[in-house]
Design a protein around this ligand. Structure first.
Ligand SMILES: [Zn+2]
Length: 433
């Protein structure tokens, strides 16, 4: 389908720079979509005939947000383990529930998350899950873009770890022709994978030519244990094992020293900032300003809905921009522009997706349109600031992924929303009985 977005405010990359590189400007213009591609900005491509024209009055158009760290299936645990520290949350509350999940539960939990993300402007996410084939199937059924990784744990060549790795490889192979999903390998963390197993996974990632997605330096306990056990920080430990020889994205990265940040720079490691999850699990605040100052590719993720407890990237952007001003006593620490970049372009880069994340001709038509005829958008002094500091995510009107309209008038065009709510609710009722 050819779509013309007429006279609409757009967030466009521009020649100016901000913090870590190119900047953006808000400009009223025309956007043309031909099938799955952004085919024109300002002027229509030759021979363009619109099947549909969207009037842009009182609307903003942007590339979709990229949620750079999530566990979508965990929406079924939302608000079921709150106000506890990380170790109790994971080992005593979440993992025992997780053991009771069956494939169908993972499917509905993932679809519930996809619905929540789409309705708040996210078009792409990086997921870490616990099963095989179910999450990519659920995502393809929704029509979202995702980079998927089965979370794997293991000790050396012990059978349970190798089986999980084989399952991850099988999933990658089963979906190798997918238009919407791609893959990473995801050793869960340094406290659930031993050094030999991490080396095995790294070698597999090289063979498969896929990046690595892991949790790193999340809690004070993880840092303390690594220093005691290896005499190294978690970052030094992974670097010395050779993990960062593969393109890597690390979630959380709260407990870092300056040398750790230098290591990230040296190996081009991307970081998924998870401000809300880190606060909620009392893990602390990541040194994001220092990382951005060093030129680290910082993206933003919600983490799973069991530790956030939402998947609204506008809320995450708001925390991301505000937190680092507060802790650094520096109002310019992370600007609205820089935050927008972290949530879009940097996210796509971290996910190794070079076909989306920026509003440019030739990129995939992964877009959101937001209705700004709302009190929080008046007066219109600075729409970039408004996206970061005033938007709630509920103003999303339309969402396209791969050129297909998945959300219109704020509602899913493809999913039975009530069926998803019903099925996801049944899961937690059953497993907590
Ligand atoms: Zn996580």
């Amino acid at each position: 389908m050819n779509i013309h977005f007429k006279n609409i405010y757009c967030i466009l990359p521009c020649a100016k720079t901000c913090g870590t590189g190119r900047s953006y400007e808000v400009k009223e213009t025309n956007i043309y979509v031909t099938n799955d591609i952004i085919s024109g900005i300002g002027t229509a491509p030759d021979g363009f005939i619109a099947d549909r024209t969207v009037q842009g009055k009182n609307k903003i158009l942007s590339v979709g947000l990229v949620n750079a760290h999530n566990h979508a299936y965990m929406s079924v645990f939302r608000n079921s383990a709150d106000d506890v520290l990380f170790e109790e949350w994971l080992f005593k509350r979440i993992l025992p529930l997780e053991d009771k999940l069956v494939d169908e539960d993972i499917y509905w939990g993932t679809q519930l998350s996809c619905l929540e993300m789409l309705k708040s402007g996210t078009t792409t996410f990086l997921d870490m899950h616990i099963t095989k084939n179910i999450v990519p199937k659920a995502v393809e059924d929704v029509g979202m873009r995702a980079v998927i990784s089965k979370g794997i744990v293991g000790e050396g060549t012990a059978e349970y770890g190798l089986t999980r790795l084989a399952d991850a490889k099988e999933e990658i192979n089963n979906f190798k022709n997918s238009k919407l999903v791609s893959f990473m390998l995801a050793p869960h963390a340094i406290y659930t994978c031993d050094s030999e197993y991490l080396k095995i996974v790294t070698e597999e990632a090289k063979k498969l030519n896929v990046p690595i997605h892991t949790h790193l330096a999340e809690s004070p306990v993880e840092l303390k244990d690594a220093l005691e056990k290896y005499g190294k920080t978690p970052v030094e430990y992974l670097a010395d094992l050779g993990v960062f020889d593969v393109k890597t994205i690390c979630a959380h990265c709260v407990q870092l020293n300056d040398n750790d940040i230098d290591i990230f720079k040296k190996y081009n490691v991307s970081v998924a900032a998870n401000p809300v999850s880190n606060l909620k699990l009392a893990n602390g605040i990541a040194p994001i300003k220092k990382m951005l100052d060093k030129g680290i590719n910082v993206a933003i993720g919600t983490d799973g809905p069991a530790s956030n407890n939402g998947q609204n990237m506008f809320r995450e952007m708001n925390f991301h921009a505000l937190l680092h001003k507060g802790v650094n006593h520096d109002a310019e620490a992370v600007s609205a522009l820089e935050t927008y970049k972290c949530a879009t372009e940097n996210g796509a880069k971290a996910l190794a997706l070079d076909n989306c994340g920026v509003l440019e001709v030739g990129k995939k038509a992964d877009l959101f349109v937001m209705d700004i005829n709302q009190p929080q958008f008046y007066p219109r002094n600075n729409l970039m600031s408004a996206l970061c500091y005033s938007a709630r995510g509920t103003e999303i009107d339309m969402v396209l992924v791969d050129g297909k309209i998945l959300i219109e008038d704020g509602k899913s065009t493809t999913l039975d929303e009530e069926k998803i709510y019903y099925n996801a609710s049944k899961v937690i009722e059953r497993i907590t009985k």
